[in-house]
Design a protein around this ligand. Structure first.
Ligand code: HEM
Length: 303
């Protein structure tokens, strides 16, 4: 294996690990463990390795520990990409951007703890910051895909400014973002609804969130058609490439609708939530790869 192949495998590892951190964050929310480490941050219950006295402390501590491992992984990524590509290269610039997004992700997570937007809190602050959190998470995953793309294709492809079907890709990306935000709010509504500490009828924001729970499935089903339509428009172009990714996206959309229905029918058990969230992340990763390949064109090589 060459250095470049090792580097790409490392970034793939970071991407998969990031999805694991996202899922652990979801488990924190659905088990109402956000205050499991008290209000201390970055320490847990005031110490680096807390005494695990209850399951909530264990869950929140594991999530924080995974975030720390991811941050160390990013330090390695920064050093390695600089040494391998140099500071003018697109890979290094994408790594810098991705590291900034990771930093924001950590700060948003810390804000949730500091301001008490966890457990059974039902405030506008939590609604807004949870939505920002998920958008930032999507950008973080996308930035890792961009690194992988440039680490594989910077010799062969360049972004094509004349590409006329880019608007369909941007529309599909926007639709996935909206579906994901509404899904996150749906998940928050369920957490509050099933909480022993919240009387929904007496908590206006919880009541509002619970009353609009039908919005996410509705938007997701309409959105799925819009995404399929947009990708179809891209594939209609004779120069369209990587149609295998497009079929992957269609397959995940189909599965996601079935899992979404199961989620409702089984009253959102944590296992189904994890599958639903993993599929949402997989959909996003494939869509960003597909967009990058179609937004770029092959560089002309002189023989
Ligand atoms: C088509 C693409 C879809 C995407 C990308 C998507 C994405 C998401 C995301 C990101 C979440 C938040 C997960 C979490 O934080 O736990 C979520 C939650 C949820 N989704 Fe979807 N979803 C889709 C379709 C659907 C459909 C069609 C349904 C129902 C028919 C559905 C039902 C639900 C429910 C009930 C929740 C809340 C689960 C919980 O309490 O955690 N979803 N969705």
């Amino acid at each position: 294996m060459t250095h470049l192949t090792y580097f790409r495998s490392y970034v793939w590892g970071l991407l998969i690990f990031t999805v694991a951190v996202i899922i652990s964050g979801d488990i924190v929310q659905s088990t109402e463990s956000g205050a499991g480490c008290g209000d201390s941050w970055p320490k847990c219950e005031g110490s680096l390795v807390p005494a695990i006295e209850n399951i909530h402390t264990a869950i929140e501590f594991i999530h924080r520990a995974l975030t720390s491992v991811l941050s160390v992984g990013y330090l390695g990524l920064l050093a390695w990409s600089y040494l391998l590509f140099g500071r003018r290269h697109l890979v290094w610039q994408s790594v810098l951007f991705s590291s900034f997004v990771l930093l924001l992700e950590i700060l948003i997570g810390a804000a949730l703890v500091f301001f008490g937007w966890v457990e059974d809190d039902a405030s506008w602050g939590r609604v807004i910051v949870d939505s920002l959190h998920v958008v930032n998470t999507l950008i973080l995953l996308a930035s890792l895909v961009v690194i992988l793309f440039w680490a594989s294709e910077s010799e062969n492809r360049s972004i094509s400014k004349e590409y006329s079907r880019g608007r369909f890709l941007i529309a599909a990306i926007g639709v996935v973002m909206v579906i994901t935000i509404t899904g996150t709010l749906n998940s928050l509504a369920d957490t509050l609804y099933f909480s022993d500490q919240v009387i929904v009828e007496e908590t206006p924001i919880a009541q509002l969130l619970v009353s609009v729970r039908a919005v996410h499935p509705l938007i997701a089903i309409i959105g799925a058609f819009l995404i399929v339509g947009s990708i179809y428009m891209v594939m209609e172009d004779p120069k369209a490439t990587y149609s295998g990714l497009a079929f992957g996206i269609f397959g995940i959309l189909f599965l996601q609708v079935i899992v979404g229905i199961l989620n409702i029918a089984l009253l959102t058990p944590v296992e189904i939530q994890i599958i639903h969230l993993s599929l949402a992340d997989a959909l996003w990763v494939l869509l960003i790869f597909f967009s990058l390949y179609n937004y770029s064109s092959e560089k002309h090589t002189t023989t």
